[in-house]
Design a binder for this molecule. Structure first.
Ligand code: PLP
Length: 439
């Protein structure tokens, strides 16, 4: 310990910090993607952030397109958010008893998302997704569920599963430590594949508690569920009495104020999921997530019903203050139109820069979320994403990082623009990309 404290008074490089971290933290990180394994190289240890920028241990500045993997939609250190958090901190860090702010946050979510009548607050997206599935199973009295390859719903055992061989077979665990019996009820299908979906419902429809989906998948870069696919999914769920669970941990309050479901509702008359799962933006950078649905379904939750769910820090007073302040800002008129236009200007600029260097690049964005692929066309499912040019992505990632642009360190992750990113920041990013593509 003496040795360590002697070391910590010196200013360490990213490399030295990474070495030190690996001694006491597995892989040197507290969440695997931060270790840069997919792209190689040394993770940057961040010391501070403001607006659209982050600084690393060597005081190098980066334009941040990760935004803590989604929550920082206002940019870092937004004054209204900081003020709300500071006030909340002085009032108490945690009570383990109900507070008015939890009601306000629940009311705000209920107001912003049609179809949600009640929500339960939790502390992480993993918890929210896991609880939503338990609720769906408890409410339907059924066990089986469908998920889609390439969608990530956190690390609950039943969801760490990949497709088995052959059509519509039950999955295999993607993690050691998950017994095969735990995922035996999880059916894994290809995203955007209507044929597989119909076959799965034909075979298992009566036993399906729910179908969980990222409506715009942000964990295989950026892949939209096509409208005809989503329409058919909704029809099949209704027809067979399975609940449609939208995992909007990433897309909620990010692609639009009403989340991805508002995008689908605009195109498919009467469309709504049955259960919605939120995280990231609703906490504004603090640990907070939620799941919600109709009052009738939520009545199954303890203390009213038989589906158990709980949390020591659920509805934490500092996290709810942070989330409320964030939602207040993003609900202001014109916020999403401006964010969407800025994000679109980024991906359009990247595509033009790539074209000028004869590099095939497919791009997409919705609201403040975006994706780009080293491919001629936008992939429609996980295997197509993973078939895009990884070597090229990795070279591009490092070329951009060297030039002070921090993109997600894996080709299967989406990117995020915040309201703090200015037109100049976007222009600087595109200029860096032009150099990177040329190189
Ligand atoms: N669902 C989706 C769509 C996510 O993107 C994530 C995290 O990235 C999760 C669930 C899990 O959330 P958390 O990391 O807060 O547990």
């Amino acid at each position: 310990a003496r040795e360590r404290s002697a070391v910590s008074t010196d200013r360490l490089t990213n490399e030295q910090l990474f070495e030190r971290a690996q001694r006491v933290i597995p892989g040197g990180v507290n969440s695997p993607v931060r270790a840069f394994r997919a792209v190689g190289g040394t993770p940057r240890f961040i010391t501070r952030a403001a607006g659209a920028f982050m600084w690393d241990a060597e005081d190098k500045r980066y334009i941040d397109y990760i935004g803590s993997w989604g929550p920082m939609i206002l940019g870092h250190g937004h004054p209204a958010v900081l003020e709300a958090v500071q006030r909340a901190v002085t009032e108490g860090l945690s009570f383990g008893a109900p507070t008015e702010r939890e009601i306000q946050l629940a009311e705000t979510i209920v107001d912003l998302v049609p179809g949600i009548e009640q929500v339960r607050l939790v502390s992480s997206g993993t918890e929210a997704a896991m609880s939503a599935i338990r609720l769906a199973r408890g409410a339907t009295g059924r066990s089986k569920l469908i998920k889609f390859e390439g969608c990530y719903h956190g690390h609950a055992d039943a969801l760490l599963v990949k497709a088995g061989s052959g059509l519509a077979t039950f999955g295999h665990p993607t993690s050691a430590g998950v017994p095969p019996e735990v995922v035996q009820h999880t059916l894994v299908l290809e995203y955007n594949n209507i044929e597989q979906l119909e076959a799965a419902f034909a075979q298992h429809g009566a036993a399906l508690a729910c179908v969980m989906i990222e409506p715009i998948a942000g964990n295989m870069n950026f892949v939209r569920a096509a409208m005809p696919f989503m329409k058919r999914l909704r029809e099949l769920c209704t027809q067979h009495g399975a609940l449609l669970v939208f995992d909007e941990v990433m897309t909620g309050f990010r692609v639009a104020l009403g989340g991805a479901q508002s995008v689908y509702a605009a195109a498919i008359p009467g469309f709504a999921p049955d259960i919605s799962v939120f995280g990231k933006v609703i906490g504004g950078g603090m640990p907070l997530a939620a799941f919600g649905t109709s009052k009738a379904i939520m009545q199954h939750l303890a203390p009213l019903g038989a589906v158990y769910q709980a949390g020591t820090l659920s509805g934490n007073p500092v996290a709810t203050a942070c989330g409320l302040a964030t939602l207040t800002e993003i609900a202001k008129p014109g916020f999403f139109a401006a964010l969407a236009a800025r994000t679109r200007s980024l991906v359009d600029g990247l595509q033009q820069a790539a074209r000028a260097a004869d590099v095939p690049l497919a791009v997409d964005s919705e609201g403040g979320m975006f994706g780009f692929f080293f491919a001629a066309e936008l992939p429609q499912h996980y295997n197509a994403v993973m078939a895009t040019d990884k070597a090229r992505f990795n070279r591009f990632f490092h070329a951009m990082l060297d030039r002070g642009v921090y993109l997600a360190p894996a080709l299967y992750e989406a990117g995020f623009v915040s309201a703090a990113h200015t037109a100049d920041d976007i222009a600087a990013t595109i200029a860096a990309a032009r150099e990177a593509f040329a190189a």
